[in-house]
Design a protein around this ligand. Structure first.
Ligand SMILES: [Zn+2]
Length: 266
């Protein structure tokens, strides 16, 4: 079986709790060997730790997502240091910048993200970065440093091709989401056709960023009927990226496995 890796997900998310008994064995039967399970705020870090302790191959990751920076406690920095020290194999994430959502405060996000980059450099961990409509600011911050010395993931990379080589030189990997299989995401599919093979990763972001209905192999919704991205759609993302790259999925998966280990398992 081809070993698969989910470079970015939120399997600990409360919306997936009642589905755990179903999706965990389903992932195992697809060949999942590793996943990076991202926290988004202090209150969900214990759930990340608990999920990763209970399931093989799960790498916990801790950070403040830009949507939740304003919920942080005054002691968030010490709390982050503590949890990173408690879990020596953990990564930093999901962190970053987002100018897309209503009511965002980019200056505040930037202050928190800068501190998280300093922490990641101090504890020498890889970092998972969320960036929406803030590419210039991200570029500036990575230039000013410290860029993550262990490398970083630009998850569901939605930026332009022109920035790929500069980000790659700074240590970036780029993960492909099943969401990019939506018709309107042609530009991002073109970008992913050209990203260097040694920097490619694959993700679900489950339970968010589901594929279009015609590609959704594992439809799932919450109690109120809102769609969720089933973790097993990882196979949809691999198949979609293999098509875009014009290579057999096994060949792609072997490269992605190497890349995953290089970034998250050193
Ligand atoms: Zn995410």
């Amino acid at each position: 079986m081809t070993p698969l890796f989910d470079a970015h997900c939120h399997y600990q998310d409360a919306r997936l709790w009642t589905h755990r008994a179903e999706f965990v064995p389903r992932l195992a039967s697809l060949g999942l060997r590793g996943a990076v399970v991202n926290g988004t705020r202090e209150s969900d870090w214990p759930a990340v730790a608990e999920f990763c302790a209970a399931h093989l191959g799960m790498i916990p990751s801790f950070g403040l997502h830009p949507w939740f920076v304003r919920e942080r406690s005054p002691a968030w920095r010490d709390a982050l240091m503590q949890v990173l020290n408690d879990y020596p194999r953990s990564a930093v994430g999901e962190v970053g910048l987002d100018r897309w959502f209503e009511g965002h405060d980019l200056e505040d996000q930037r202050r928190v993200f800068a501190e998280e980059l300093v922490i990641a450099a101090e504890v020498k961990r890889p970092v998972t970065i969320h960036c929406l409509r803030a590419w210039g600011t991200l570029q500036e911050m990575l230039r000013a440093g410290p860029a993550p010395p262990r490398g970083f993931l630009l998850h569901a990379y939605g930026g332009p091709m022109e920035l790929v080589s500069e980000f790659a030189r700074a240590g970036a990997f780029f993960s492909f989401s099943p969401y990019f299989l939506h018709e309107r995401k042609g530009e991002q599919r073109r970008v992913f056709a050209e990203i260097p093979l040694e920097r490619l990763l694959v993700e679900t972001d489950a339970p968010d960023l589901w594929p279009p209905p015609e590609r959704n192999a594992h439809p799932l919704s919450d109690e109120d009927g809102r769609p969720l991205n089933h973790p097993a759609n990882l196979e949809v993302a691999y198949a979609g990226l293999a098509e875009i790259r014009g290579m057999p999925v096994e060949t792609l998966a072997a490269r992605v496995a190497e890349n995953f280990q290089r970034l998250f398992c050193r």
